[in-house]
Write a protein that binds this ligand. Sequence first.
Ligand code: C2E
Ligand code: MG
Ligand code: MG
Length: 706
Amino acid sequence: MRFEGAGEPLSNDGPGIPVELVRTLLGLLRSQLGLDTAWLSSFRDGVQVFEVLDGDALAVDLSSGDRASLADSYCVRVVDGRLPAIIPDTTGNLTTAALPVTGEWGLGAYVGVPVLSPTGMTLGMVCAVSREAKPYLADIDLRLVKQVAELIGTLIESPGTSASTTAAQREAIRKVVSQRDFEIVFQPVHEVASGKVMGVEALARFPHAPFRPDAFLAQSALLGLGLELELAILTRVLSMVSQIPDEIFVAVNISPGAALVAPWARLLADVDPSRIVLELTEHTAVLDYSALDEALEPCRTRGVRIAVDDVGAGFSSFSHVLELTPEFVKIDQSITRNIDVDDARRRLAHAIAELAGQMGATVIAEGVENQGELDAVSAVGITAVQGFYLNRPQPLGHGFEPASVTAEPADLMRAEVDLLGERRFELALAHSPIGMAVVGLDGTFLRTNRALRAMLGYSKWELAELTFQEITHPDDLDADVALLTECLEGRRRSYRMDKRYIAADGRIVWGALTVAIVHAPRDKPRYFVSQIVDVTADRIREADLARQAATDPLTAIANRSAGWGRLEHLEAGGAGYGVLFCDIERFKAFNDHHGHRAGDRLLVEVAHRLRTAVCDDGMVARWGGDEFLVITHSVDDAELARLADLIADDLDNKPVTLGDGSQVPVGLTIGYAAHRPGDGRSIDTVLDQADHAMHEKRQHRNEAPA
Ligand code: C2E
Ligand code: MG
Ligand code: MG
């Protein structure tokens, strides 16, 4: 549904965008996800404007500046929950399969995340698409898309809030209200045990900013249009009840203010009231419960039921539940989120379920997004659920299918929980002197304890925003991920490794890590439990000891065993090596003449000269007494000869200064040999040859006429 306007200049009230930077981010996203085209669009006056495109724009026949209707877009449906943010195959989703834009743009796979302003306003969308379906796309990919969208949200300037924009927005909202330009979608509420649909919740959808229904309703209320809009929605929903299967209830949201003034007798005249549930949110304070009770009484006597919405979100501390004695209590999604790994949330949900049970109300957990949450709400005794994991909000006509997923029976769930020693685990987590974390399957830190946070210097909130991948030293990441993958694939249940973490201040912290995978019933991996002991001090000590064991104490260069180790390493590498055997001439006489102190000084000086000559290209080891071995990568005789000359010349030209300031000439006799790849010579043979060459040289010199 494209409008004319390709190439049009962006309107003045559009967002200020650093185009090249955004394009780079989009390119990164596209290539990471293996998709053809990515874009940033902005939402303006019911239209999305394609601001920046990257990749194959021709594939979707779009260019920067193009505009398209939002009402017909995937984007707005992602914003309001009708579509998931990741659609690996558009033919496999009823909504996308039916949207004309799927065929028009040839969309096979889609990923889209809203771009929010720092104040939480939806500015637009970051999307990436391809012609082909991409079955490999999964929720785990969402993290990257969210990060890119978040970053772009901070980069772009919000559209101006000039008086004219606000006036235009007001006008648009007025138009939506007066023309009843909204849609109603329905989200099923399921029985936990059977997956059966017990009812549906009607949710309004608007074709204009701010799109999110709660935000749109709030803005309409500010314009004095709230009541009119709510009553219009209510009328529309009630008119649709006859199209919804008889055995299920229809819940509709209503503010206490609207409930007080709604003309109930007229509204309920043509509908079976026993099918209607009114959802009153706990977010809204009620000043006069008796007035509300009175207003609702005629409805309730005719069979309308009441639900208190968003319980646990903390606003009215259950007063709605206590005052209204509702038939349904809906637990807010902020309680459901991660309830499977959070004891406090589970206890709160359990307490609400007990209270509601005693009052004869049915508890519905909202916002269930995965099997873990479904199992956990079931385990605390909640019998009804609503959430994207079971079904998304959908227009009438799609039919309301039972959920294809059900919760594990609570006793099995408890067995699993006991297996983990849940309560003891919570205590251990809180009080353990060892760092502990509960890590999600995608690597996010779901829970961390104080010890871990102290070890790494991050706050609880900082860690909650990070994945273990982000704070693992890059050199240790592959090994860690490989072991983790073996756990996920069922090839092992736990692993141990020493690895480096990057602390908040950039320090490297060595951790002895033990990871165990925790499965949900039916052997589905659920999360990892990690224990991390800080072994940085041990590592430093070990490194010191290793250094000491490999170092000659007098000259501080490698000792014979370290030299031998290097030769074995080079031999195993197969690329060959060269050695220079160096012997200090007449060292015994020097010692006898100048004393052992001066002898030591000479050895230190020779070691220093050799290291300077060899630089980083090789190793210098003290082979014993007055013998040194230079080990290089070079296997070329001419190069080895050059190095030998360089060393000998340096000593010839610069005498060694002794402690008393006197200068003495020192000579080195050097013999060299090389092991070339494939020549089959052992280390001993090569060393013998170099030693032999050195002795020959010495003999030669001794025989030479003085
Ligand atoms: P609510 O009544 O608590 O509605 C549930 C909200 O949770 C809906 O958001 C629904 O799309 C969303 N939701 C359902 N399952 C999941 C899930 O698994 N994960 C997540 N993240 N969200 C889920 P929606 O439609 O955006 O509505 C937001 C709020 O706006 C509603 O909260 C309700 O308070 C208000 N609202 C929506 N439609 C109407 C309406 O027609 N009239 C009135 N008065 N208020 C409405
Ligand atoms: Mg509701
Ligand atoms: Mg709610």
